[in-house]
Design a protein around this ligand. Structure first.
Ligand SMILES: *Cc1c(COP(=O)(O)O)cnc(C)c1O
Length: 378
């Protein structure tokens, strides 16, 4: 059993994918070929934003968003403590300071009250200038925008939505990557919509931000690539990756997203009385980058992980370490011991089970039966 079975997906889509790749090679339009613009148009339409600008990775998508907002040294950008490093690492790259916020125990997403309190603290300290919030739609579940947006508005902060794990997720009919002033996603192979290497995209309704992002991704171009008006860099989505994504987006919309949602439901039905299963608020729809359960303590989590491993079932711990304990973030901002207490607990208790659109009912049965046995034998 695979944690996320990319080979099986390729086997299913092979003729179309092979065809799409060889078309690009035949025409030899490797950089900014027609498949790139076509994909950007499809993605913007799907996410419900005016602009989609593809780029080299999800991390670059975040950096491009930060640059377009003019975020720089001396600025504070608020980021959840419980997320992948890139959510905060992108802020470090711009010279600004990531200020980490604890998450809600139920949704694992940023806690709006703690955000409000920390913004006030930063203002009181008077050292950093609060500028933006990076909301993360962790494990595929959109963050609590209804609560987070008023907090950002109250202090005139911009929202960058890190939708790297949640492309396809939605609240009612509003899709991930359309909630913030700018949205960012990743096409890393194991994400809900992945390509065959690195890739990412930025989304916005704002023409000025879009112009900035398009410029920063190609050497800070002005009129053209040889007219350089900003300190940009090079971050494009290869035409081959765009062609692969064109095929995968179709499968993603037609059945993959439904399939992972069915799998999540089956897991939850079987496990909900034994262990804490993912909480999905009413009208929220997850893209299920991860199906993450939570145990009462670290020992129970580690035991279950070990039993599953012996049963040939791969699991992962997302994440073992709160960001505020990462060495790269040492001495960037000083936290009180209780600031991120929920994140610290979650890191000791969570476990992510295999989930992908091609996971069979037999595999689901195997994962749950081994897990149930392990829990009951405690
Ligand atoms: C994967 C991920 C990223 C970075 O995406 P890459 O394409 O790997 O650079 C950023 N934020 C979150 C939450 C992620 O999971």
């Amino acid at each position: 059993m695979q944690f996320r079975d990319l080979k099986k997906q390729y086997d299913m889509l092979k003729p179309d994918i092979d065809n799409a790749i060889s078309n690009v090679i035949e025409k030899s339009e490797f950089i900014m070929g027609p498949a790139v613009k076509k994909l950007e148009d499809e993605l913007a339409l799907y996410a419900g934003t005016k602009h989609c600008i593809s780029c080299g990775s999800g991390t670059d998508a975040l950096i491009l968003a930060l640059l377009a907002l003019g975020i720089k040294k001396g600025d504070a950008v608020f980021v959840p403590d419980f997320t992948f490093f890139a959510s905060a690492g992108s802020v470090l790259r711009t010279g600004a300071t990531p200020v980490l916020i604890d998450v809600d125990e139920e949704t694992y997403n940023m806690d709006h009250q703690k955000l409000d309190a920390k913004i006030q603290e930063v203002i009181r300290e008077g050292i950093l200038q609060p500028r933006a919030v990076i909301t993360v739609d962790l494990f595929g579940l959109p963050a609590d925008y209804e609560k987070l947006m008023p907090v950002a508005d109250k202090y005139s902060l911009k929202i960058i939505e890190d939708g790297a794990q949640a492309f396809g997720g939605r609240i009612n009919d509003k899709r991930v990557c359309s909630f913030g002033d700018i949205g960012a996603t990743s096409f890393f192979p194991a994400k809900p919509l992945g390509c065959f290497g690195d890739g990412g995209a930025v989304f916005t309704d704002n023409d000025r931000y879009a112009e900035g992002i398009r410029s920063y991704r190609i050497h800070g171009k002005g009129e053209n690539k040889y007219d350089n008006i900003r300190s940009g860099f090079n971050s494009r989505l290869d035409t081959i990756q765009a062609a692969v994504l064109g095929v995968k987006l179709k499968a993603f919309r037609e059945y993959e997203l439904d399939a992972v949602n069915k799998t999540a439901k089956k897991y939850s039905n079987k496990l909900k009385d034994l262990v804490k299963v993912p909480y999905v608020p009413a009208n929220y729809h997850s893209a299920w980058a991860q199906y993450t359960i939570c145990f009462e303590d670290e020992k129970k989590r580690d035991n279950a992980m070990e039993t599953l491993k012996r049963g040939g079932i791969p699991t992962m711990i997302y994440y073992r370490k709160p960001l505020h304990f990462q060495k790269a973030l040492e001495n960037t901002y000083s936290y009180n011991t209780k600031d991120c207490i929920k994140t610290e607990k979650l890191c000791q208790r969570v476990l992510s089970l295999p989930i992908h659109p091609y996971l069979s009912d037999e595999d689901i049965e195997k994962v749950t039966s081994v897990l149930i046995k392990s829990i009951n034998n405690e």
